[in-house]
Design a protein around this ligand. Sequence first.
Ligand code: NDP
Length: 446
Amino acid sequence: MSSQYISRVVETVKKRYPGEAEFHQAVTEVLESLSPVIEKNKEIEQAGILERITEPERQIIFRVPWIDDAGKVQVNRGMRIQFNSALGPYKGGIRLHPSVNTSIIKFLGFEQIFKNSLTGLMMGGGKGGSDFDPKGKSDNEVMRFCQSFMAELYRHIDADTDVPAGDIGTGAREIGYMFGQYKRLKNIYHGILTGKGLLYGGSLVRTEATGYGCVYFCQEMLKDRSSGFDKKNVVISGSGNVAIYAAEKAMSLGAKVIAMSDSGGYIHDADGIKLDLVKKLKEVERKRISEYAKEVKSAKYTEGCSGIWTIPCDIALPSATQNELDEAGAKTLVKNGCTAVAEGANMPSTPEAVKVFLDAKIAYGPGKAANAGGVATSGLEMSQNSQRLSWSFDEVDAKLHRIMENIHETAKNAAKEYNTPGNLVNGANIAGFLKVAKVMIAHGVI
Ligand code: NDP
């Protein structure tokens, strides 16, 4: 029975990796939706695909010593989980945040396998990071950390092996320092990271890609309900890379973004968020979102993050971090008339919250589909690097838009084929998984 096979694999993962709650959550969520696929394709169990796909191909954990501005040695833990290379070089970001541990990086790496598969580009899944916190550090401290991090990581990555990217805490500055150190150590100018600066191999639209892509995906869900962004009120959690560009695209489609947040709290501006000010505060000055309310009279700042979901809205785009939207938040959103949720962040909704959205039959786009625009554009950056060419903004944006339409269509069709029409969680998991499983079978037992 497929369900017994799935339970057995989930139990093995829990036993092998005790205490890794986020990883267990991601594995359970994906595997539980695969039951009809495993029932229909008996060779999956025979070939041990679930056992293999839940065990990373390689896990690298290393010490990252660096010297702070006071001359004291600091030590962080670095890691890179090379999860699955069936479809191409490992691809996934580097997260720099004090909460980083093996559970979080493994959950992200696991999700990345299916997300990358959905993009239709040839990319395997991986993720990396460190418990280093760039917040409050000087540029020199960040540089010394990034150089030390790459002094170990460079042995394990290459343009055709593993190509990391940015994630929480890893923006253009960090990517630049890491790229410089790799080049120095290897004496080679390869596209070994994506999210690079435009002057040295970066792609136009990469900065905007995840946020724009999330809105494009949401637009497709809304189209199916004869709706769109025009004149809709939108709540977006976070005020980082994903959130800012999701807001920009939503506004350009006629929506009003009325709330944003950071890890300290959220701002509610019923007149519509002034995005230029948010960009200045977060991208340039690296300040707190609370500063916004000091400068804008119509805005109110509230400490704590979860209250953002109590603000009535038509569309919610959770774009901060994992498990930021729980059952109570989901119920409040639905009760207040929210009709669409598209996840800019990875796994921002708890399993209980996802159930609320699915039961209420509102449009719900899970992160691995809705936020795949970032990695898709990273894939386009790799293509440009291989060609030693740069495409125009409009060219990359048009490709991104098409990829997001395709991901939506693919997930929608898979959901229908496996008898859960409209359930894009099942659809995205099934479509992403099937392609990887077929290739793993083709590659033999490795
Ligand atoms: P950034 O570091 O640019 O921004 C993260 C935002 O989330 C900040 O506003 C931050 O607030 C807030 N935040 C971080 N931790 C918490 C927390 N524990 N509680 C509440 N808010 C928090 O990251 P990104 O925008 O790049 O990433 C956001 C999400 O999107 C992540 O889940 C990431 O994995 C996912 N993602 C990102 C992609 C990309 O291309 N960047 C691609 C696909 C997914 P503060 O400033 O206070 O830290």
